[in-house]
Design a protein. Sequence first.
Length: 311
Amino acid sequence: MVIITERDVNIFKILSSGATDLADIKKMLRDIYKTDVSPNALQKRLSLLKKDDYIQSRVYAKKNDGLHVRKEGYGKEESEKAMRSNVPFALYALTVLSIAVLVERGYDHNWIRACLPGPPFIKHDEMVREVVRAIKKEAARVGYSFGLVDELNLKRMASKYKSRENLPDLLVRLTLDIGSEQIVKRYNLEIDNNTISPSYMVDKVLKSKRRTIIICNDSKTRMESFLRAFKSAVKDEVKRNFIKRKQRKGNVQADEDIPLTHKVVFTYIKEFCSRGFLQTNFISIDGEPVYIVPPEINKKIIIRGRGIYDT
């Protein structure tokens, strides 16, 4: 039976944000935990941890990103590139045993991501992982507390309570200390990798009762398509609400959902991953800059120091 070392615990912490590969684990050990280890030594250690069920892994065939096939076939250079890019690679993730190790050290079970993505979702899962890391990094720097549940854990909870609500990629709760008071903010996070239609995203946001942050891939065209779709939805919403008010009898008041214009904001993934919740300049449906926490309040946030989440 393998004896868990402090370096192993740091590997588990790295994997707690989502599945990752050997090169990323090595980089994070070096940059965050100041531990330099050779690829061979790390590979051997991961194999031992897998043998004793502390981690799981899956081998994937790498896609030919950016490779375009001509009708007359590949040129020599393109053919060599295709062969190089088809080298299989492995992703690693946590198991019940490694999750238990982290829980003993103060990690919340629901905030740990421990799944290996299906082949079509590798890139999206990587984006979600980087967003989770950005949240943990900011929380460690500022010292705010947070809650974080990913789609897989939300599905388990929804099944338990027989909920039919559309589920986001992440459900996040932030608790900020402002002087002697606390501000609690809850958001759905949708991390977009250009795989669903803007109209589907509009429908998903409309059906949710929470405010939504859409973190878009770094395509300006993609962002513009979202803004057009949501602007159109706002016009439709205004018409529907006008009809509803006319149909009400007397002065009966009815609760209405959060207006769509106040329900969703957008940003690019590079922006969010580098600046977090508090410093990111989000974009409203009208294309105007907005902050999750206004700058005048942001200055009053009490810095508590590092939290338990490093990666």
